[in-house]
Design a protein around this ligand. Structure first.
Ligand code: PEP
Length: 258
């Protein structure tokens, strides 16, 4: 982390977990555990039906609520989809885009780019995910793959909008597997992402871009991961479903930085 130049963000991704009723109970417990004082930015990205309950419960707190996906079109015949304007109106601040689980369902780089632009246009903070598979890592093409994903996701985004984008590096082999990237492995790729952003948008913008690590980050390993200079926070799945674990990660993000 480097709090001098960029924001630290601890973001939860609930995936397809919890009902609206369970959301309310979770948020009540979380509110009781949140540390007082100035801490990092905090987000919880929840299933679409849980957004109203989450927004209502966290209204007076510094926890921002987010969605896990959006449709890039403004409105129309897209049964089952949710637009960025709907998310804003429902009280969302963030939206996860291009999660590997959605890419595995067929989401393309072009769609990730269109969703990122639509989110920015609507005033949402997009958390844009990238990550390599185990096969790609073993074939030693992580650098090429991640560079390509980032270039395609950020294509055509204007310089005045890039600082609003949060990027999450999530190696697919580490998501939900309990197998975390080592701090060195995670740092290496987050540093590469910053280099790609620098080439596209210049050094000031690259220095100001928040880059998260995600992939089995939890209350036991977060401190070391967050101590890396280019890891500005975490995108957390499993551990964000348990208030005490999520709060411990938030506390770990408050460590001293250079
Ligand atoms: C995720 O869903 O983005 C994620 C990182 O999950 P987990 O923390 O459970 O690996």
């Amino acid at each position: 982390m480097n709090r001098k130049y960029r924001k630290t963000l601890i973001a939860g991704n609930w995936k397809m977990n919890k009902t609206p009723t369970e959301t309310k109970a979770f948020m009540t417990e979380l509110k009781g555990l949140l540390p007082k004082g100035r801490w990092c930015d905090i987000a919880l990205c929840v299933p679409a039906v849980c957004i109203p309950a989450a927004v209502r419960a966290m209204r007076e707190t510094r926890v921002g609520i987010g969605a896990e996906n959006c449709n890039p079109n403004p409105s129309g015949a897209y049964t089952g989809e949710v637009s960025t304007a709907m998310l804003v109106d429902a009280g969302c601040k963030y939206v996860i885009i291009g999660h590997s689980e959605r890419r595995a369902m067929g989401e393309t780089d072009e769609e990730v780019n269109a969703k990122t632009k639509a989110a920015l246009e609507a005033g949402l903070i997009p958390i844009v995910c990238c990550g390599e598979s185990l096969e790609q890592r073993e074939a030693d093409i992580t650098e090429e793959w991640i560079s390509m994903q980032i270039k395609l996701a950020l294509a055509g985004i204007s310089e005045d909008k890039i600082r609003k984008v949060v990027i999450a590096y999530e190696p697919i082999w580490a998501i939900g597997t309990g197998r975390t990237a080592t701090p060195e492995q995670a740092e290496e790729v987050c540093q590469l992402i910053r280099t790609v952003v620098r080439k596209l948008f210049g050094s000031k913008n690259a220095r100001a871009t928040t880059i998260l690590y995600g992939g089995s980050m939890n209350d036991k390993n977060a401190y070391e991961l967050l101590a890396q200079p280019d890891i500005d926070g975490g995108l957390i799945g499993g551990a964000s479903l348990v208030p005490s674990k999520f709060v411990k990660i938030i506390e770990d993000a408050n460590q001293p930085t250079a």
